[in-house]
Ligand binder design. Structure first.
Ligand code: GRF
Length: 223
């Protein structure tokens, strides 16, 4: 099978990177298969073998690649392999969907305005890990998830769209996570579609949507 015809869907050459379950990947696969996203989902790249997200890709007919960081202790070698894997795939868009490693600056810099991430907080609040626990402990009124452009600094790239929910009095970490993740399946495909259709771009570190600078992310309120 030639490079042009591999993967699913038609449109912008897109690679999704995962480390785990891949429920966000599944949301993107579903929309690509339905013809609702102008992307050719060319490949899924995981930094871990045997994860459920790889099964999801294979079941949908999306080629998979594993760059197994765990097999050697040589992180630099794994990063070189990752860079080469991506370069061979030639993506116009890279979608980080639960990819749990910090990418080295040269990889991020190779895809300016072409790499998206979803982070489970209302950025700039709660960068990093354990966001649900931290939001509850801080007594936050709202929590949610943010799709943003990726820059070398972790979880610091310009935000595009957020899904937010009001934290309930009886909220637990897992109930909050479940509510927020439902919204991720809405906002991530939406942002991917905007970028792939040319409506969304990053220009001089600023997000532009439909020809206008987006000073604040689009906010979708959930139940
Ligand atoms: C998502 O909830 C996302 O916010 C975070 O990692 C999680 C990945 O989940 N970056 P999944 O692998 O898409 O199910």
């Amino acid at each position: 099978m030639g490079k042009e015809s591999s993967g699913i869907g038609a449109g912008m050459n897109t690679v999704v990177m995962i480390s785990g379950g891949g429920t966000n990947l599944q949301a993107i696969i579903n929309e690509a298969l339905a013809g609702d996203l102008p992307i050719q989902l060319r490949a899924v790249v995981s930094d871990r073998p045997g994860v459920l997200g790889l099964d999801r890709a294979e079941k949908a007919g999306v080629p998979t690649h594993v760059v197994d960081y765990g097999r050697s202790n040589d992180r630099a070698a794994a990063e070189r392999q990752l860079a080469a894997t991506l370069a061979a795939l030639g993506p116009e868009l890279i979608v980080l969907a639960g990819f749990m490693r910090i990418l080295p600056t040269p990889i991020v810099a190779a895809y300016p305005g072409r790499m998206l991430n979803i982070h489970p907080s209302l950025l700039p609040k709660f960068r990093g890990l354990n966001t649900y626990r931290r939001a509850l402990d801080a007594g936050e009124e709202w929590h949610g998830s943010t799709v943003h452009f990726v820059i070398p600094e972790l979880d610091a790239g310009p935000p595009i769209i957020q899904y937010r929910v009001a934290i309930r009095p009886d909220e637990t970490e897992s109930s909050l996570q479940a509510r927020v993740q439902q919204g991720e399946y809405l906002i991530y495909p939406r942002a991917v579609g905007w970028l792939a259709s040319g409506r969304l771009r990053l220009r001089d570190h600023e997000v532009w949507l439909d020809g206008l600078p987006l000073h604040e992310p689009v906010v979708i309120d959930g139940d």
